[in-house]
Ligand binder design. Structure first.
Ligand SMILES: Nc1ncnc2c1ncn2[C@@H]1O[C@H](COP(=O)(O)OP(=O)(O)OP(=O)(O)O)[C@@H](O)[C@H]1O
Ligand SMILES: [Mg+2]
Length: 410
């Protein structure tokens, strides 16, 4: 059985997958996804760069790790690969659900997974009428949103956004209308407005990894990443927040498995779920104390950031760079303040384990840096095992699977 990885540029995670494949004795083939052309016509296809015909390689491959670097690009690559009869991790159905926060929430909701109350209004903030006149819909949209979520704090977010971009917290009607006025249809928010109740989540949120090999039940990794900080209501790591490895109560692990299965169904997949703990008033320690612990940890966390930025070291010797990253991460995790904050988060989750709300599924999560070092999960192994697990499955229906050599124009 032959496995391949598809990407545009090898970023850290892709390098991580390649070295892990070497360690596992897997000969991982490479499919480029940038300066190539994909041709389809009646009964044939080709997949070529200017120099190389990748048709024979693709013909030989059973399963592909789809590492295209944006939600939109992954939707294209997975459609092409599945069209060519390949199993893809993650499959098109999963990618398509993960693309949209609203679609994901609907899958959770149908399966009775706890979610934040969410409103969708299929109307953009502005329309262009005949003659170029702009029509303003913000007040009407704000009415609809407040009718369902009340007059308190409301979160507005782009349906297909990532990295916390354009996720806004409206404190009142005026700021809600203002944020709505700023929204416009874009690649990360194709149609309408997604609004969500503000979850009282103290200073952290969770990223929970669930994987599933074909034929096996889903598996939730018992350690999750808690992304934490007190600077902004958005606690995701991209915004510079710190990360902690926290043990999940069994009950939360089980819900996470059901949540991920709602998205991935019975295929093979790797998903990272975003969840928030609705602690409400249950903040059993003073924020000032938590803040002072963060301050103690900041200089050591900065060293982690510096090590990550060492792009020369990374390209010179990826394995050596990975080892030096491990060293700075373990220095960070050995700090007393790290242990203190981790304990507070674990206690907070345990006390509120019935108030964990799931709000997003990520189909291509970062893993080589944070997830591997902090939570001890090497997702490269899971990805490769998932891809291998499809061995022996019926080939996917595809025109060109029915005849060899079909990649060449006839
Ligand atoms: N309803 C909410 N109530 C409170 N905080 C929220 C809510 N929705 C999002 N957040 C905060 O904002 C952050 C970013 O939100 P979200 O995950 O929806 O955006 P994103 O663009 O997908 O970010 P990422 O790619 O990092 O997951 C979350 O990590 C969370 O801390
Ligand atoms: Mg998110």
């Amino acid at each position: 059985m032959s496995l391949a990885i598809l990407y545009e540029y090898p970023e850290t995670d892709e390098e991580g997958i390649k070295v892990t494949a070497q360690d596992m004795g897997i000969d991982l083939k490479y499919i480029p996804f940038r300066k190539i052309s994909v041709l389809i016509g009646n009964g044939f296809f080709s997949f070529k760069s200017r120099m190389t015909d990748y048709g024979p390689l693709i013909e030989d491959v059973t399963a592909v790790l789809n590492r295209a670097q944006s939600k939109n690009r992954r939707l294209y690559s997975v459609s092409i690969l599945e069209g060519l009869g390949k199993y893809v991790v993650n499959p098109q159905r999963t990618e398509s659900i993960c693309f949209s926060k609203l679609r994901t929430l609907f899958e959770f909701w149908k399966n009775e997974i706890p979610i934040p109350r969410t409103v969708y209004v299929p109307c953009d903030s502005h329309d262009l009428a005949r003659g170029g006149v702009q029509i303003h819909n913000e007040e009407a949209v704000a009415d609809l949103v407040q009718q369902d979520l009340g007059n308190g704090r409301i979160v507005i977010k782009p349906d297909a956004g990532t990295h916390g971009k354009k996720v806004h917290l409206a404190q009142d009607r005026d700021s809600l209308v203002e944020f709505l006025d700023e929204t416009e249809p874009s690649i990360i928010n194709p149609v309408g407005i997604v609004a969500q109740e503000f979850i009282e989540k103290w200073f952290y949120d969770l990223r929970i990894v669930v994987t599933k090999e074909y034929g096996n039940p889903p598996y939730c990794h018992p350690t999750a990443l808690a992304r934490a900080g007190l600077k902004d209501f958005r606690t995701n790591t991209y915004l510079g927040n710190m990360v902690f490895g926290v043990k999940l109560p069994l009950e939360v692990q089980k819900t996470a498995e059901r949540a991920a299965e709602a998205i991935g169904k019975d295929d093979a997949w790797v998903l990272a779920l975003d969840a928030m703990v609705n602690v409400g008033e249950d903040r059993f320690l003073d924020d000032e104390y938590v803040k002072s612990e963060f301050e103690k940890l900041a200089p050591v966390f900065q060293k982690v950031g510096d090590a990550k930025q060492d792009s020369q070291g990374k390209s010179r010797d990826f394995r050596a760079w990975s080892r030096s990253l491990e060293t700075v991460f373990s220095a960070y995790m050995n700090e007393e303040a790290y242990t203190n904050i981790k304990r507070i988060i674990e206690e907070s989750i345990e006390r509120n384990k019935r108030r964990v709300l799931f709000h997003e599924a990520n189909s291509c999560p970062e893993f080589w840096e944070q997830t591997r070092n902090i939570a001890g999960i090497n997702l490269a192994i899971s990805l490769l095992k998932c891809a291998k697990s499809v061995e022996g499955r019926e080939p996917l229906p595809a025109v060109w699977n029915s005849f060899r050599g079909g990649h060449r124009e006839r």
